[in-house]
Design a protein around this ligand. Structure first.
Ligand code: EPU
Length: 365
């Protein structure tokens, strides 16, 4: 007998979004891939309502809820992905190909890979959310972006009712962006993600915060997994880098379990070289990062701090006191409070610097 589609029921979502916004919606939990064909059929039937309109509310695929601003009563129906499992899927001369189900918590997955001797994701430690959400926004931190370690994404196109294996060049990756994000949260259902983790691993220590971390300075005691000869420069182990990244993040970024937040609330803006040069002339402290295409990325946190918003509150929300790019819920906030603060910050940065900040989280309405 074919598997039944997941069943929707009214559920509380406050603990399922890291901003901690109060919300209730029709939610179904996907625990088994075998239910997906029936889900596609149910969706197609819902779409063939009178006059071609959607008879049922549109679907929103939710992972760890770490990149959403959720309204109190969203009109979307929510599919919460709870698929689990991690395995060594393949091995080539140069790489371990490790596959993880979309519902695996990201940080636990990175930790597990290191324990198994599959390095390469340590710079992305402690990022909240799930494995399946990671390619959607092409997560990145401390000098590494997910697409640089990706082998492929196994995803269902829920509109076509078909499963695809997408290689990195088919995923439309850009800075904090992908095909999955651009197509909207109801089209693609990522079920498994495969990573190509290098056997000839070398550390990525280019990011200033990481390079300068005391835990990564070789003070003569050795780095454990470096294996270098006496006198030669030693290499820190992947685990040591993982620990350093966790330490940096814990110092700078609020723990969503303690203070609701969705990580960076805006993308770092990328502007033209001449505008960047003009801004750097007017604002000597401006943080600029030249890009391969000649454009220049600016640090949104710096712009927000200069605009006076670091540590400042508006109602129950505010911009974090240690990282101005992170919007936090001090308690009791609704989506409207979050969007009002985001609007005020965006307007002030625009007024002062002539730079438009783009929101990173998705609004679930
Ligand atoms: N800065 C300030 N004031 C602030 C915050 C930052 O002046 O309040 C300055 C810093 O001094 C530094 C520069 O801005 O010179 C960059 O700051 P940071 O190293 O903290 O990184 P970021 O650009 O603010 C990005 C990612 C983070 C990621 C870090 C580390 C985006 C939108 N954010 O932040 O990702 O952890 O780099 O790689 O690209 C996330 O997406 O949720 C996230 C936390």
């Amino acid at each position: 007998m074919p598997a039944q589609p997941p069943v929707f029921s009214d559920q509380d979502l406050q603990a399922r979004n890291t901003l901690g916004l109060p919300a209730r919606a029709a939610v179904a939990v996907l625990e088994d891939e075998s239910a997906i064909p029936a889900l596609c059929e149910a969706l197609a039937a819902g779409r063939n309502g009178p006059e071609g309109r959607e008879a049922d509310a549109p679907l929103f695929v939710l992972g760890g809820g770490s990149n959403v601003v959720i309204e109190a009563r969203p009109h979307h129906r929510i599919l919460r992905v709870a698929l689990r499992g991690i395995r060594l899927w393949d091995e080539t001369a140069g790489h371990w190909i490790v596959e993880a189900a979309a519902g695996e918590p990201w940080h636990g997955f990175v930790d597990h890979c290191l324990s198994q001797g599959w390095p390469g994701l340590e710079n992305l430690a402690l990022i909240p959310g799930t494995v399946g959400a990671a390619p959607v926004q092409n997560i990145g931190a401390y000098g590494l972006e997910l697409d640089q370690r990706l082998h492929s994404v196994v995803a269902w196109d829920l509109r076509a009712g078909r499963e695809y294996e997408l290689r990195p060049d088919e995923c439309g990756f850009a800075y904090r962006d992908s095909l999955f994000k651009r197509d909207g949260a109801g089209r693609w259902l990522i079920v498994r993600v495969r990573f190509a983790l290098p056997k000839a691993w070398t550390p990525r220590l280019g990011y200033p915060d990481l390079r300068d971390h005391p835990g990564l300075r070789d003070e003569g005691g050795g780095f454990g997994a470096g294996g270098a000869a006496r006198g030669a420069p030693r290499t820190p182990s992947p685990r040591r880098i993982f620990d350093a990244v966790c330490d940096i993040r814990r110092r700078k970024l609020p723990d969503p379990a303690v203070l609701g937040n969705a990580g960076s609330f805006f993308k770092n803006p990328v502007i033209g070289a001449s505008q960047a040069a003009e801004l750097a002339r007017r604002f000597p402290g401006l943080r600029t990062y030249p890009q391969a295409d000649g454009r220049v990325k600016l640090a949104a946190g710096w712009l927000i701090e200069q605009a006076g918003w670091k540590g400042r509150r508006l109602g129950p929300v505010g911009m974090h006191e240690r990282q101005a790019l992170v919007l936090v819920n001090h308690g009791g906030a609704q989506a409207a409070d979050v969007l009002a603060l985001a609007g005020a910050v965006r307007a002030d940065v625009e007024k002062r610097f002539g730079v438009d900040l783009e929101r990173e989280p998705v609004v679930l309405d």
